[in-house]
Design a binder for this molecule. Structure first.
Ligand code: SF4
Length: 265
């Protein structure tokens, strides 16, 4: 191993993570349900925002069967404030499937509703400790900058630490904007992108998100908030947004009002 070899960099990264990685509740468990809930919540949502939602969710529904027992509208209401409520609906559907059939084998995690390649790899790495690297947009960026020849793999038995470490590195140092190359990055030594001064150039381009203000997301959010707080929302507030919520199974319509999805009566 040369002093700057990618394999050595991963060892340094793992050492850094074991010394400095924050203690997060989903890091204290290998429970598949806990990992799935945390990963779905963490999609496009910062850790600090997710923490109270995660704690409340796991206390209320500690097992898939607990969530499967309640109407999907309860899950969507509990999600209120996290954004992208489709994720709650998918988690509810996944809970149903697991409660009925048990967990799929790791090679079939993608069979669960709402579980794509990234989330399946996160389950494999963070619940099963299999030697895979879950690559979300942050990790993909770190790999492109720091490991341009591709992810070299983790030291034996350290895939979990390496995966978590890459998440932290992408969030804290190797950020999309203003990366902290010379401000404590633990992988600065031998970083090909930083050494060549091409950090921006090698960063994969991501689609800019449309503004939230005035968007359909925001309009739907108004109705969902009313549903979570009052149990109903008047369709007349925004008929178009109401129709889109009903079409996606995120709310039911009863005459002139929306009601939480899946609740009887
Ligand atoms: S030195 Fe810069 S580009 Fe390289 S891994 Fe660290 S933050 Fe990313």
């Amino acid at each position: 191993m040369t002093p700057d070899s990618p394999a050595l960099a991963v060892r340094r990264l793992v050492r850094w993570f074991r010394a400095e990685g924050p203690d997060l509740p989903w890091r204290r468990t290998r429970d598949h349900w806990a990992i799935l809930v945390s990963e779905v919540m963490l999609q496009a949502t910062p850790v600090s925002r997710v923490l109270p939602f995660y704690e409340a969710w796991m206390e209320r529904w500690p097992r898939p069967a607990d969530l499967a027992d309640v109407p999907v509208g309860d899950a969507i209401s509990a999600w209120q404030g996290l954004g992208y409520p489709r994720r709650a609906r998918n988690l509810h559907a996944a809970a149903h499937q697991v409660a009925r059939d048990g967990w799929p084998t790791p090679d079939r995690y993608e069979d669960l509703p709402g579980v794509g390649r990234y989330t399946a790899d996160a389950l494999r790495c963070f619940a099963d400790e299999m030697p895979v690297l879950p690559e979300d947009v942050n990790v993909t960026r770190v790999v492109a900058r720091r490991f341009p020849g591709g992810w070299p793999g983790a030291p034996r038995g350290r895939a979990w630490d390496a995966g978590q470490a890459m998440m932290d590195l992408g969030r804290e140092f190797c950020r999309a904007r203003a990366p902290r190359c010379d401000d404590g990055c633990p992988l600065r030594t031998g970083c090909p992108a930083a050494d060549a001064g091409v950090v921006d150039e090698v960063t994969p381009r991501t689609r800019r998100q449309a503004p939230y203000e005035g968007s359909m997301r925001q309009r739907r959010g108004v109705l969902l908030r009313s549903l979570a707080e009052d149990g109903t929302a008047r369709v007349a507030i925004d008929p178009e947004a109401a129709a889109s919520l009903v079409a996606e199974g995120l709310a039911d319509r009863k005459g002139a009002v929306l009601v939480p999805a899946g609740r009887e009566g």
